[in-house]
Design a protein. Structure first.
Length: 202
């Protein structure tokens, strides 16, 4: 039976607060990447790059306090199609309270293939990542990029934001995985301003 897509969804019971994100950044600055959560403008810009008509699951990585999660739901993503992965235990607990109707998993993005295999996810429409790729140790970054760029297959795509003007995934990686990337939008309303990139094969 085809999945019925919804254009609107209920508001979460609680709104996220920046101090939760700041506390997570203080605990682990190199893994969080920024001391403030993504703005609503950036979250909407990222969600706009997800084609809700394309079949498959949408994976969100590094959900933080849920700004992008909420934008994805407002864009029409049905809750049962969204899998949220957040490694920080306190942010995961916060997300679980704010979005009790979603599948929010406390796990490391470097292990996402095992997580999705255990959940029997077979088709991925898009991966939406707020991970600070450029601030990660190289082995960790390469492992995460491998999983993301492999899991999207031939028809899926990756949405990733970064603060600099250059692609957060370098040319060598793009050639290796036979992908091409395009900068779709500069969100000046974010602090700091952020660039939204989309990567895909087709």
């Amino acid at each position: 039976m085809p999945i019925k897509l919804r254009r609107k969804t209920a508001q979460p019971k609680h709104r996220s607060k920046p101090h939760h994100f700041i506390a997570a950044w203080i605990r682990s600055p190199f893994k969080i990447g920024a001391c403030l959560p993504s703005s609503r403008a950036l979250a909407r810009a990222m969600a706009a790059e997800v084609d809700i008509e394309k079949p498959g699951v949408i994976i969100e990585l590094g959900a933080g306090t849920g700004a992008v999660t909420q934008a994805l739901l407002h864009a029409g993503i049905a809750p049962e199609r969204l899998v949220v992965i957040e490694r920080d235990k306190r942010l995961h607990a916060l997300m679980s309270v704010q979005f009790p109707h979603l599948n929010v998993v406390c796990a490391d993005a470097a292990e996402m293939d095992a997580v999705l295999d255990n959940m029997r996810v077979r088709q991925i429409s898009a991966i939406v990542s707020s991970l600070p790729l450029l601030s990660m140790p190289k082995p960790v970054r390469l492992a995460i990029e491998h999983h993301m760029l492999t899991l999207i297959g031939n028809d899926g795509h990756l949405v990733q934001f970064t603060y600099g003007p250059k692609s957060p995934i370098n040319r060598q990686q793009l050639r290796k995985y036979q992908l091409h990337g395009k900068r779709k939008k500069l969100v000046v309303a974010n602090v700091p301003p952020a660039h939204v990139w989309v990567y895909k094969r087709s």
